[in-house]
Design a protein around this ligand. Structure first.
Ligand code: BGC
Length: 678
């Protein structure tokens, strides 16, 4: 297949004039609401234009599209099979209207709750992100849609994103920020990569030969298409030499005159341009885009299936964080009146904004619709209040719906607004049975009000249908099972990013947010290195407000009987870890069992634990299941700054098994040896 494609592509390129070739280095432009990106065409040789669409949680430009719950909600399901279904559905939505390049998945790591695009990503842990990402990409590409993993790399905040220089150690890059991209290439065979807006260690990513050619292509073996993020390259010579193939959305820096000038001066050769075209055309050819009709309207018959997948994602991804006095699920015997407060009850912001933001249209299920749907059948009276009113004192339960704007090219504050905090305080004073539902893609300050409320749910940005799942969880039709894919802090002061996020005392002038270049470049120092998220809290012995991997259920579980297949592992042998999980309650439920590795002694500092396995286990009331997880030798390794390579040291390791990064129930140890002992 590959040789055939290369021969065919070479043959095409041989028939093109130099001028024709140069034009293919850039797209055909961006038109707000109509065209996000498209490659050029050449009728003479039958080369079609290829249309692109954003993004990870749906196909924005597809007419009557379905918006899936935010990608971060998918991460919270810890369910790789569901990720494949979600990816397949998104790809079908794209293909139905002829979009054969999906500008997703977005996979930048969650570093601070401020980042306006966390909702588009998969959380703070590279292992979880990789396990969720790989099936998604494979599924998208099986449908014949090119997945574009983005934004390569270290684009972890949106403030200053076109002016910021992420200063990150080599070890942190290899252990935290690269793994998602590497897995996309090596495990999922992703066909496209999008470079990011920021500089990394002093160089714009779209100019970096080190990142695009040496690392991505030569070291990891990527042989697909590398495109720039929209308007993110600035130097023709550096970009064309870096290995970047396609400037998006249109030819500017890689425009005709500029390229011609370099050719004339002998700074670049035609062969270099041919190589860029080979990467683009080979990717299209292997995807069938030179042969088949791009659009397949018949896929619309699968829309009802997609609705179910969207709903299922929310059912499995919504996280119950607090449930004092078992306030939830709502008991219909004792509940006659329900008060819903806050505009999000009726507006129901379904998504964050920017490239990953969608208009859910008229199909949107609001929280009010969904709750009314269930409450009516149970004879419960539901009243919606936009603002606080004294009447809520008479309700049996009060649910406050809150959201904030998360948006591409701007970050958001960690704190809820004063109005939102006042609402929680006063509502909970009027009525002690108060539950808060937060629709966001990252953490917010909760320490100042969490004790005032009895219940707290993270329902993420729910997409078109996710509000239904929230209602089902409130009423106990669905037992919550999602787990946090990031840590939620009490205060910013206790975190790894405090003082390492924005230049201190900076009040960001609005015009420097996001798009505008021209401002000075700011360094963002990732001083925490590899100690981000739970790795930080463990090392500093700080108990966060809600740990990574945490989420409650209406059931209770017991995990015991941990067994390892061996107490010694040598070379590339694998270790099988077994344990029993028991549902100790009268309610069917699902637990996500997590396996962490601890290197007991190491020549370089290591996190106290790192996630290296997980399993979603569904159990009937009182049922027990034995589960198995596998540890491979790579799971024990770290990136050595000294050796500048991955390394595993001989010695003792612990296997820690639990229900969150802070709730470890079981522990067992084993020895690892690189070579067999004589
Ligand atoms: C975003 C990309 C997106 C592109 C096209 C950029 O602003 O960073 O994620 O794919 O626009 O919409």
């Amino acid at each position: 297949m590959e040789t055939l494609a290369i021969n065919r592509v070479n043959n095409l390129i041989n028939q093109m004039t130099l001028d024709e070739k140069i034009k293919f280095l850039g797209g055909t432009g961006f038109v707000e609401g109509e065209k996000i990106g498209e490659t050029k065409s050449l009728q003479r040789l039958g080369i079609p234009a290829v249309k692109m669409t954003d993004a990870t949680s749906g196909s924005k430009l597809t007419e009557d599209h379905i918006l899936f719950p935010a990608f971060i909600c998918l991460a919270a399901t810890f369910n790789p099979e569901l990720s494949a279904s979600y990816g397949r559905a998104v790809a079908e939505q794209c293909k139905a209207d002829g979009f054969r390049v999906l500008l997703g998945p977005g996979v930048n790591m969650y570093r601070t709750p401020h980042c306006g695009r966390n909702f588009e990503y998969l959380g703070e842990d590279p292992y979880l992100a990789c396990k969720m990402l790989v099936p998604y990409i494979k599924a998208v590409q099986e449908i014949g849609v090119i997945a574009t993993v983005k934004h390569f790399v270290a684009n972890n905040s949106e403030h200053y994103r076109k002016n910021s220089n992420s200063v990150v150690s080599e070890r942190a890059l290899h252990e935290i920020y690269y793994p998602v991209f590497k897995a996309a290439v090596q495990e999922a065979d992703v066909k496209a990569v999008m470079t990011s807006y920021n500089l990394l260690n002093g160089e714009w990513v779209g100019h970096s030969k080190h990142l695009i050619t040496d690392l991505l292509r030569n070291e990891w073996g990527f042989d697909g298409l590398v495109m720039s993020d929209w308007w993110s390259i600035y130097d023709t010579e550096k970009s064309i030499h870096s290995g970047l193939d396609l400037e998006m959305p249109s030819s500017g820096i890689l425009g005709y005159k500029r390229i011609k000038k370099l050719l004339n001066k002998g700074i670049i050769s035609e062969a270099l341009i041919d190589q860029r075209l080979i990467n683009i055309f080979k990717t299209f050819c292997e995807t069938g885009l030179f042969d088949e009709e791009h659009q397949d309207q018949s896929l619309r018959k699968n829309w009802p299936k997609h609705e179910k997948i969207a709903l299922e994602t929310a059912r499995q991804g919504i996280v119950l964080l607090k449930n004092e006095d078992a306030i939830l699920p709502i008991k219909n015997e004792s509940t006659k009146k329900m008060a819903l407060i806050g505009e999000n009850t009726v507006i129901t912001v379904a998504t964050g904004g920017g490239a990953g933001g969608f208009n859910p249209g008229e199909k949107l299920v609001t929280y009010l619709d969904a709750i009314n749907g269930i409450a009516c059948n149970q004879g419960i009276d539901v009243t919606y209040y936009k603002n606080l009113e004294n009447n809520i004192a008479n309700a049996d339960i009060v649910v406050i719906f809150l959201t904030m704007v998360e948006y591409e090219f701007m970050d958001r504050p960690f704190d809820l607004s004063d109005t939102q905090k006042d609402l929680i305080k006063h509502a909970s004073r009027l009525n002690s049975n108060t539950v808060v539902v937060i629709s966001l893609g990252s953490g917010v300050e909760m320490a100042s009000w969490i004790d005032d409320v009895k219940g707290l749910i993270y329902s993420w940005y729910p997409g078109t249908y996710g509000a239904q799942a929230l209602a089902e969880i409130l009423f106990g039709e669905i037992n919550p099972s999602g787990k946090l894919p990031f840590t939620i802090e009490h205060t910013e002061k206790e975190t790894h990013y405090y003082g390492n996020y924005l230049p201190e005392n900076t009040e960001l002038p609005r015009e420097f947010q996001g798009w505008n270049r021209g401002a000075p470049n700011f360094d963002i120092h990732y001083r925490e290195g590899i100690f981000t998220g739970y790795r930080w809290y463990d090392t500093k012995n700080i108990q966060p407000l809600f740990p990574f991997g945490f989420g409650l259920s209406y059931s209770t579980f017991k995990i015991d009987n941990l067994r390892l297949s061996s107490d010694t592992v040598t070379g590339d042998e694998t270790l099988t870890v077994c344990c029993n999980v028991q549902n100790t309650s009268d309610i069917d439920g699902t637990e996500i069992v997590q396996l962490y590795i601890q290197d007991i002694e190491s020549s370089e500092s290591r996190p106290k634990k790192e996630l290296k396995g997980f399993k979603r286990v569904s159990l009937k009331a009182h049922e027990t299941k034995q589960i198995e997880m596998t540890v491979v030798h790579i799971d024990l390794s770290f990136w050595s700054e000294v050796k500048r390579d991955w390394q595993i040291e001989d010695g003792a390791f612990n296997i820690l098994v639990g229900t969150s990064s802070a709730d470890i129930n079981l522990q067992a140890s084993f020895m690892y040896f690189n070579k067999k002992k004589d």
